[in-house]
Write a protein that binds this ligand. Sequence first.
Ligand code: DC
Length: 205
Amino acid sequence: MKIAIDGPAAAGKTTLARSLARELGYLFVPTGAMYRAAALAKKRGLPPEQARIEVREGGRILLEGEDVTDLLASPDLDELSSQVAVDSAVRRHLVALQRQIAAGRQVVMEGRDIGTVVLPDAELKLFLWAEPEERARRRVAERGGDFQEHLAAIRRRDERDSTREDSPLRPAPDAVILDTTALSPEEVLAQAVRLVEERRAQLAG
Ligand code: DC
C-alpha cells in the first residue's frame, strides 16, 4: 500500500510519516527534505532542477552523494525551499524522482502534493492540519527561537505553498483530514494506524 501525507508547514507530517513507516515496515520518503536539498543545491550555485538527490533508509538525504540531512532544518532553507518549490522545472525533476522511489514499494510519503499529484492512486491519503499558532509553538519547542517570528514564517510559507500555480497545497478530494491541534504525536500516530487498518480491511473485503 502507498500512503500519502500532506499538509502545511510544521503540521507534524515528518514526525507522523517517520513513525508510521517504522510501525508498518514501509519506506519513509520526506519530500519536503528533497525540496530543502534542492534549495541547498541552489545556495551552493548548482542548478536545483538538475540536483542529484537520493533518499536513503530512515529518510536520510544525499545531495550529489553527500549526506546533507543534518543541514536541512534551518530557517533559511525553510524559506528558500518554499521559494524553489514554485519553480515548475524543479517540481518536474523531484516529482519524477519521487514516483521512481515509490514504484513497486510500500511507502509513506509526506509533502504538499503527494495525494494530488505525485501518488494520486495512493490507497490512503491523510491531510494533516493544525492551527498556525499551535504549529509555531511546536517549532519553538523543537528549535527554540521567537514565537512571533516562527508564526510569521509559517504564515508566509502557508500563503506561498497554497497559492502557487503549479501543484498548490490542498487536500485531495479523497483525503482524510486530521486536525492535530489538540493531539499529541502519539495520538496522531494511533489515529493514522487505525485508518490504515480500516483501509486494509476495505481493500481485502
Ligand atoms: O515540509 P517542509 O517544510 O520540509 O517543506 C519545505 C518546502 O518544500 C515547503 O515550504 C514547500 C515545498 N514542498 C513542496 O512544494 N512539495 C512537497 N511535496 C514538499 C515540500
